[in-house]
Write a protein that binds this ligand. Structure first.
Ligand SMILES: Cc1cc2nc3c(=O)[nH]c(=O)nc-3n(C[C@H](O)[C@H](O)[C@H](O)COP(=O)(O)OP(=O)(O)OC[C@H]3O[C@@H](n4cnc5c(N)ncnc54)[C@H](O)[C@@H]3O)c2cc1C
Length: 224
């Protein structure tokens, strides 16, 4: 079959004979069981467990991934804002070297940089969502926000941890957990590098066709 029609999606209930959880895979110290090694031995399920048409797994997965990535970006904005609030609060209340941390220029830069980056990620997310609402697949816009949003999340939490000093890496604030999850964000649903590749490939192909990249509209499809 053509490259994108070689896989099917099949629902396998976890009480099916031959289904086995081999082990929980610890992920950056977390052992909650969200990530497991699974073994399927001679597993059989009825034909009705086929999800969608045969050979259409790639299409189904892609259809889920677009909106799914936007959801991630929305959650990341909430997480980044929470980290930002913790950072500013700590900067105001922690006294060091004769005054509050918020009076130190480096900390002020971190607050300002974080504010700019969160707002940029917010607007990129809204832009991608508006494209989806208009019926566009918005693949470039989603890839842009997927890698940019993950980096903003990571960097804002990183600064918030630094402002908290040792307390930032303890489990006494939510920051340590948020940091682990922010690290995952740069990998799941496609690593940063793959999303950059998608964006670059698309832009380069437009230029090769003699067109330019329109930052206002991105690429127009179906006359939109
Ligand atoms: C916390 C977490 C949750 C996840 N949840 C799910 C889930 O619910 N469902 C699911 O299906 N999957 C899930 N994944 C899997 C995730 O989507 C993959 O791990 C991810 O797509 C990367 O694939 P890989 O691990 O095989 O890395 P690889 O494909 O081996 O890539 C490894 C590295 O190589 C580099 N690389 C790869 N391709 C390129 C390229 N074209 N150009 C440049 N560099 C490249 C990147 O740096 C990349 O990080 C999850 C992963 C994590 C960490």
């Amino acid at each position: 079959a053509p490259a994108h029609e070689r896989f099917s999606m099949i629902v396998v209930p976890t009480d099916t004979k031959g289904y086995q959880i081999v082990r929980i895979v610890p992920v950056m110290g977390e052992t909650s069981g969200g990530h497991c090694e699974i073994k399927y031995t001679d597993v059989r399920v009825p034909l009705t467990n086929l999800l969608g048409p045969r050979g259409q797994a790639f299409t189904i997965a892609q259809k889920r991934l677009g909106p799914g990535r936007i959801y991630h970006c929305m959650r990341w904005l909430g997480q980044a804002q929470r980290a930002f609030e913790l950072m500013v609060d700590r900067a105001i209340n922690r006294q060091a070297f004769g005054g509050p941390l918020s009076d130190k220029q480096t900390i002020q830069n971190w607050i300002a940089d974080s504010a700019a980056e969160i707002q940029a990620a917010r607007l990129l997310t809204l832009n991608a969502a508006a494209k989806i609402d208009a019926g566009d697949e918005a693949r470039v816009e989603i890839s842009l926000i997927k890698f940019f949003g993950a980096k903003v999340l990571h960097d804002v939490i990183d600064r918030a941890i630094q402002v908290h000093g040792a307390m930032g890496v303890s489990e006494d604030t939510p920051l340590a957990r948020m940091y682990r999850h922010a690290r995952f964000a740069r990998i799941y649903d496609g690593p940063d590098e793959v999303h950059r590749m998608v964006v670059s490939r698309r832009i380069v192909s437009e230029f090769k066709k003699g067109r330019k990249w329109d930052f206002g509209r991105g690429i127009r499809r179906n006359g939109r």
